[in-house]
Design a protein around this ligand. Sequence first.
Ligand SMILES: [Zn+2]
Length: 361
Amino acid sequence: MNWKSLARLAYGSRYAKVPSSQRVYVRPGERWAREAQWQWLIRRAPVLTLDEYAARTELGAIEEFLSCMMCGESRQQPLFEPAGGNGWRYRVVRCPACGFLYRNPNVRPERLGDLYAAGYSGFLTGAYAANRQRRYELVMRGFSPVFDEGKERRLLDFGCGVGLFLELAERRGFDAYGVDLSADSVAEAGRRLHRARAFFGAPEDVPEIAAGGFDVITLWSVLAHLPRPLEDFARFRRLLAPGGLLLILTVNAGSLLLKACGPGWNGFTKNHLMFYDSRTVRTLLRRTGFAGVAFAPHYGDSVEAGTTRLRPELAARLRRTVERGDGGNMMRVLAFADDEAIGRWGASLDVHRLLPPGGLA
Ligand SMILES: [Zn+2]
């Protein structure tokens, strides 16, 4: 019998009104069962040398084999083979040393453009745009008051797409810039925005952006797409002014939903390359010179926005499970460039230090 029929037997329709991504967080006993299922999966998965793994794994024309980028470990634990519409399929491995999940083989950075050959025009429409903007508002609210007021603050949205976030940023008074590798999207952003400006290319190609001095850099659903995260984050760190902040929204590879859904998890989408949890994202930030980090739990957009109303005892259980677990299915991360950033913005947040005060000697 599969989980779905088992769940129907055990829980009936009692949780049918809870959004499907949040159901695993509210059904009694499920957290325990899924954690046990995950531990069993990891214990059972073989640990292979990179050579052994490469010998038995097909390599596509635009692909390359990787070692773990977070810790350098070359051994591989094959875990999943997500697949979806239009015939895409890839392999996800786990690093047996640090637990990082990543696509292996991965896409060679110079061939990344092949993934985005089709345009973004489908993403411009009303409901999609409104949902995205609601999502951005909820993330900023999770770190309030840090992003409440943008006056006199210079902001860079990396991977700005058609400018949905830049639109909110300019409304809040930020001096906002965006970059994106899709020329069509940047052109659309240009039509949409008033004061904010979007540019085509990489940050170093655009003089206004290469000059740096940003108070805020935002990465909205971009992190999982980066094939060379350490290089990119070192660059973000350099582009930040003293006291600067990096805001990240990404899928959470530590989530209970991944443990429940395995290869069918909604974070395994066609163009995602690497999957972070609260531990591996800390490694990435520490290695690229960020001084501290804070997290805001994710209870589900519709629940937080109030369009899904849960009975009080269910809402309380959702909160508890998300907070005791790894923070929900999406990860909201605020990284602090230096001590000054922690001093200025960290007071109302639970900041974990990544570097000792004063930075590295
Ligand atoms: Zn590792």
